[in-house]
Ligand binder design. Structure first.
Ligand SMILES: [Zn+2]
Length: 219
């Protein structure tokens, strides 16, 4: 681990609770809550056993109340989460659900303030800048600590965001491979996804993704 730790990713001490069965629409997971000592934030992991000799498929998902719970089409979070849960169920691995990261870390109220600015013409990056807030304030210290405790230190990461893989690597998680987590774009989130691609370096194909999904393969 020669790379310096990102200052946004301080070491996180957390305690895992009991492992319980969580039957869901996607299948049954083993669920565990994780309590961050310093902040009191509670994260959650759901895991599926991995076949011997294969690498766990991992999605590190930042909480998005509007997308994950209300099914908002302003972003692609809810559909990405569903996709990740299906993939992990099929291949084995984990979805690590990071709470306290709403709106890439700016909080729910600020995220809706940013939406108001977007309705007035700003893109997702400009809106945060107009509010004087960071474009991405997420932290991955908790994710790496949870993965370590789950015994998933060597993983295949389900993500379109190259920075996420880099930051997990800097925290000692061996990201052997990244797999795309692209879901078809929609009219409502196309501009948001274009901004993620053009300003935040996310690897998205956008226009092609709907077609590739129809063929049963994500982009
Ligand atoms: Zn979202």
């Amino acid at each position: 681990m020669s790379e310096p730790t990102n200052p946004s990713d301080p070491e996180v001490v957390l305690t895992g609770g009991p492992v319980v069965q969580l039957p869901t629409v996607h299948g049954t997971f083993q669920a565990q809550a994780w309590h961050e000592e310093a902040t009191g934030i509670e994260h959650m992991s759901v895991t599926v056993p991995v076949a011997e000799g294969s690498l766990p498929l991992v999605r590190v998902h930042s909480e998005c109340l509007t997308g994950d719970v209300f099914g908002s089409y302003r972003c692609d979070c809810g559909e990405q989460l569903d996709y990740a849960l299906r993939q992990v169920q099929e291949h084995g691995g984990a979805v690590v659900y990071l709470r306290g990261q709403e709106g890439r870390g700016i909080g729910l109220s600020n995220k809706l303030r940013a939406y108001a600015l977007q309705e007035a013409g700003a893109d997702t990056v400009e809106a945060n800048e107009q509010l004087g807030l960071p474009v991405d304030a997420r932290s991955y210290g908790a994710a790496s600590a949870i993965l370590r405790q789950l015994g998933f230190e060597q993983i295949r990461l389900l993500s379109n965001n190259p920075v996420k893989a880099e930051r997990l690597r800097a925290l000692g998680i061996d990201v052997v491979q990244t797999e795309p987590a692209e879901v078809p774009s929609r009219a409502e989130n196309l501009r948001y996804l274009q901004t993620k691609r053009d300003k935040m370096n996310h690897q998205l194909t956008l226009a092609d993704s709907a077609q590739q999904h129809r063929n049963g393969r994500p982009a």
